[in-house]
Design a protein around this ligand. Structure first.
Ligand code: HEC
Length: 137
């Protein structure tokens, strides 16, 4: 194969890669996903301080003793008061950490922002032809 042919193939592949990358970049909506409010940032530190991730998962990652907390705030039948009850009192399986009320508010604020940022576990989804994923709610 001549050097010229190799160059043509190289630039053809390179341009396809760039066009595809641009396509993927502009097709993903940018809506401040993952951006945390000031209170949520503080809540994240509290979440880390009490090591909640030792037993819980966020986005499917973490410990597996307790349930995934990604969508605890926007799941039907759960939500703010439900989560507060668990965090305030604990259960037979979850310890009561005696967390002060102001820290609980920050934790709740963090979990609310996490709930808006995605869906987990993603049991029902389609992989599109362009490699992106659509979650069926
Ligand atoms: C020692 C393990 C452990 C730790 C650490 C822990 N949890 Fe839990 N948590 C659990 C278990 C187990 C459950 C399920 C309780 C049950 O069904 O009795 C639970 C339940 C919950 C629930 C209800 C979830 C649902 O979908 O029903 C919330 C909210 C929660 N925990 C928040 C927290 C937060 C916030 C922290 C950190 C401050 C934390 N947990 C730390 C074990 C833990």
């Amino acid at each position: 194969m001549s050097r010229k042919t190799k160059q043509i193939i190289f630039f053809a592949l390179l341009s396809q890669f760039l066009i595809y990358s641009l396509f993927v970049y502009i097709s993903i909506p940018i809506n401040n996903v993952g951006e945390l409010s000031v209170n949520s940032q503080k809540g994240k530190l509290i979440f880390q301080k009490y090591n909640c991730i030792a037993c819980h998962q966020l986005y499917g990652l973490g410990g597996y003793m307790g349930p995934d907390l990604t969508n605890v705030m926007n799941t039907k039948g759960k939500g703010k008061d439900y989560a507060k009850a668990f965090i305030t009192s604990g259960t037979a399986k979850m310890p009561n950490f005696h967390i002060p009320p102001e820290e609980i508010e920050l934790l709740v604020s963090y979990l609310e922002d996490v709930s808006k940022s995605g869906v987990s576990p993603t049991v029902d989804f389609n992989i599109n032809k362009d490699g992106t994923v659509t979650i069926n709610k």
